[in-house]
Design a protein around this ligand. Structure first.
Ligand code: GLN
Length: 477
């Protein structure tokens, strides 16, 4: 079993540099098999005099999804467009975790501009799932999920616009937390769909996620959508447990498209929660089925607007040998973006265009409101909602690349949460045909603490989150 954050901090305190070196060596030994990193960094040589305030996470190795800008460290967003982009500043998340003492070991691979569910849209090649190297790790934070699952880093950041933290967490057998919209600053996080994007964490356990969330959450004047409310002590809150919590089972998720074996494992996991003192009931959300269609209007609309900045002039790839401005735009964008990104930009500009705006974009906004109201109504009767994170375990590389619609359905259970802005978590909940699956927990606005406490209680009674993929076992530094 790999040690958790708490134990690693202890080792880092007593043997400065040892923890970072240990994980750095594992990256060297295993990354070739997984392609989880786009950029690998050496830990800085240990400073001579220890800092007066080394920070609560002093010496903890971390990897950031390559969507967070890092000063003087190349940040690609998985795209040819930003292949050579070296940002002049740090994202707030990067800055806060560095201030807390985290040691950055690299930038993780991801679907291009976070658009995808399998990591296969990355310009830097697909990531492989450590549980089966012929299968995808999920996406778009697949590099972070695979790196944590294989023990190349103890924790990593991710972002979740429609499921990109929770889905890869489920497929790689790790814990993935998407906080409430606004809980974590988006400053310096390369935008995909700004009203949905939220930064979060991939970690072994809910406890480890709580340590990192406490350091990265909080108001940021540089992000006007960041929430100005105090950050609770998520680590202390873990002790609150699960007893007495009312958990609503999302019955709609069990109706169609769910692999029956995944369904059976999730029912088993829910029985564990019941045994630990949770009270279960059934919940139906009438508009949840509309999440995927609404998302695939709204997310492309926002992406088409956000990605307009990559014009070959100010950022990123610039076509060569061009004589006029229109050709410069066209060629730079044609060369810099991959197929999925282009598809989204086309859909987005279409749904926002005059004559279609009302029919698609406004309509999708209305549906989004109904979905949020369904969730709020349900969460007025229960503390948490629960169901499967994904309909199936990890699929094979190449299995869904020909059919974007089948790929989009991977996020069918996670997307509604982003439309509603709520916090949610995926925790390892068993295996189907030798592959990990995830239990999805959804909380009320800013109820991360309660959700983490429930997950921690579950992890205290199960060992799914402690298992390592064969060939990637680790004893710890
Ligand atoms: N898979 C979804 C998409 O392709 C979600 C991606 C995400 O959460 N970043 O848009």
């Amino acid at each position: 079993m790999k040690p958790g954050v708490h134990a690693l901090l202890e080792v880092a305190r007593n043997h400065p540099g040892r923890v970072a070196r240990y994980y750095r060596e594992r990256i060297d030994a295993f990354n070739d098999r997984l392609n989880a990193f786009i950029t690998v960094l050496d830990p800085p040589p240990r400073a001579e005099a220890p800092k007066a305030d080394p920070g609560v996470l002093a010496g903890l190795p971390i990897a950031h999804k390559d969507i967070f800008v890092t000063r003087d460290v190349r940040t690609t967003c998985g795209s040819r467009m930003l292949e050579g982009f070296v940002p002049p500043y740090d994202a707030t998340v990067v800055e806060r975790l560095a201030d807390a003492g985290c040691v950055l070991l690299g930038k993780t691979n991801m679907d291009e501009f976070a658009m995808g569910s399998s990591n296969e849209t990355s310009y830097f090649g697909p990531v492989r799932n450590p549980w089966d190297l012929e299968r995808v790790p999920g996406g778009s934070s697949g590099g972070s999920a695979a790196a944590v699952a294989a023990g190349l880093v103890p924790v990593a950041t991710g972002t979740d616009t429609g499921g990109s933290i929770r889905q890869p967490a489920a497929l790689c057998g790790v814990t993935g937390l998407k906080p409430t919209y606004g809980r974590v600053s988006r400053y310096g996080m390369i935008a995909f769909a700004s009203s949905l994007d939220q930064a979060g964490i991939l970690a072994r356990s809910a406890e480890d996620a709580a340590w990192v969330l406490r350091a990265m959450a909080g108001h940021d004047g540089r992000d006007s959508t960041s929430a100005d409310r105090p950050v609770p002590d998520y680590v202390a809150q873990l002790a609150e447990g699960i007893r007495g919590l009312r958990i609503g089972i999302l019955e709609d998720c069990f109706d169609t498209g769910l692999d029956p074996e995944v369904g059976a494992r999730i029912r088993d996991a829910l029985r564990v929660m019941e045994r630990l003192g949770a009270r279960l009931c059934e919940i139906r959300l009438p508009h949840l089925a509309l999440s995927v269609p609404a998302y695939y209007v709204l997310a492309p609309a926002e992406c088409s607007s956000n990605l307009a900045r990559y014009d070959g002039v100010r950022f990123g790839h610039r076509a060569e040998g061009v004589q006029d401005l229109a050709t410069l735009y066209r060629r730079s964008r044609s060369e810099g973006f991959g197929t999925e990104v282009k598809r989204r930009i086309l859909i987005g500009t279409y749904v926002l265009s005059h004559g279609y705006y009302d029919a698609y974009y406004l309509q999708a906004q209305r549906v989004r409101r109904l979905i949020r109201e369904d969730f709020i109504q349900a969460l007025s009767t229960v503390d948490l909602l629960a169901g499967p994170t994904t309909p199936t375990p990890a699929f094979r590389l190449g299995e869904k690349t020909e059919d974007p619609l089948t790929m989009y359905l991977n996020d069918i259970y996670t997307i509604g949460v982003n439309l509603a802005g709520l916090p949610a978590l995926s925790i390892p909940a068993g295996f189907v045909r030798g592959l990990p699956i995830g239990l999805h927990l959804i909380g009320g606005d800013f109820n991360e603490g309660l959700m983490l406490a429930a997950a921690q209680a579950f992890q205290g009674a199960t060992e799914w989150h402690t298992l390592a993929p064969p060939g990637f076992e680790a004893s710890g530094p």
